[in-house]
Design a protein around this ligand. Structure first.
Ligand code: GDP
Ligand code: MG
Length: 163
């Protein structure tokens, strides 16, 4: 069985950076400008002897805020449909944004496993800032830094455990 893990979340939270780390290749386009990852990227990964595919859901059209949100909704719907496991990425430096709440509302209805990853927790001081993400109503979260790799091993352990 090929397990598919989809990475979802609003633009600029670090989805592509996490994707690159998970597949250990520089396939996805990462940029500091919001929404520049235009295509969906697929990669293969393995952890603790478990193989899985990873989807980086980019594909955001740059347009008005409405189109933007509609686009994200589409990406999340598609990810929900075609994946077995979802990783929902949020950004500790920005806190909860309305778009995070929207995505969380979609994910709360999903029967598939959802792992919330609070990204950009680059140092211990940011751990406390992550508490607010409990308010999204998705339960436990993993604090990670996709840039320096802290926490990503624990996240992968949790994912591999259910594959
Ligand atoms: P995406 O739009 O969700 O795919 O986000 P990207 O992966 O393109 O990252 C957006 C920006 O956040 C880039 O400038 C990244 O270098 C930065 N970024 C990603 N992960 C981290 C992290 O763990 N810590 C910090 N400080 N910045 C990060
Ligand atoms: Mg991206």
């Amino acid at each position: 069985m090929n397990t598919i893990v989809a990475i979802v979340g609003r633009p600029n939270v670090g989805k592509s950076t996490l994707f690159n780390r998970l597949i250990q290749r520089r396939d996805a386009i990462v940029d500091s400008v919001s929404g520049v990852t235009r295509d969906r990227h697929y990669g293969k990964s393995d952890w603790n002897g478990k193989n899985f595919s990873v989807i980086d859901t980019g594909g955001y059209a740059v347009g008005s805020d409405d189109i933007f949100e509609e686009e994200i909704r589409k990406q999340v719907d598609l990810a929900i449909e075609e994946s077995d496991i979802i990783v929902f990425v949020v950004d500790v430096t920005e806190g909860i944004t309305p778009m995070d709440t929207e995505v969380a509302n979609l994910l709360r209805k999903v029967k598939k496993p959802v792992f919330m990853a609070v990204n950009k927790v680059d140092n211990a001081m940011r751990e406390d800032d992550a508490f607010e993400f409990y308010n999204l109503g998705l339960g436990e979260y993993h604090t990670i830094s996709s840039i320096n790799g802290s926490g990503t091993g624990d996240l992968l352990d949790a994912i591999a455990k259910i594959i």
